[in-house]
Design a protein around this ligand. Structure first.
Ligand code: THU
Length: 130
């Protein structure tokens, strides 16, 4: 699947965002190895620190459905933007070489990178192996 197509799923996922505090609507779409797409949106909370970003929602959505192999994620952020550190760590858990397609709220692709470029020298599952 091309970046623009996956990004269109991320743009659509913004419609479900729960962001009454920041009013900053973010959507993410994860492409699984089996071709399935799993989306997520940001979900804020009155206890602000408990906010869950769109990227992590997408990962938790997929994993809760039994899917753990991903090849790419597209993220629709107003004005364009890049995943926060917590989301980079969660994405790294499942595939450090995952492509990351960054776009804006209109589905305009802004840049293409990868999880390992965004989080070099990451701590991952291999560090816990004996
Ligand atoms: N947010 C995301 O969902 N993903 C990002 O990549 C950046 C930030 C959310 C968290 C919060 O609900 C709002 O955007 C403002 O930070």
């Amino acid at each position: 699947m091309e970046a623009e197509e996956l990004l269109s799923h991320a743009v659509e996922a913004r419609n479900s965002a729960y962001a009454p505090y920041s009013k900053f609507l973010v959507g993410a779409a994860l492409l699984a190895k089996n071709g399935e797409v799993f989306t997520g949106c940001n979900i804020e909370n009155a206890s602000y620190g408990l906010t869950n970003c769109a990227e992590r929602t997408a990962v938790f959505n997929a994993v809760s459905k039994g899917v753990k192999e991903f090849t790419a994620i597209a993220i629709a952020v107003p004005g364009g933007g890049s995943p926060c550190g917590a989301c980079r760590q969660v994405l790294n858990e499942f595939n450090p070489t995952m492509k990351v397609w960054l776009g804006d709220e209109n589905g305009q692709l802004k840049s293409e990178t990868s999880v390992d470029a965004l989080l070099p020298d990451a701590f991952g599952p291999e560090n816990l192996a004996e």
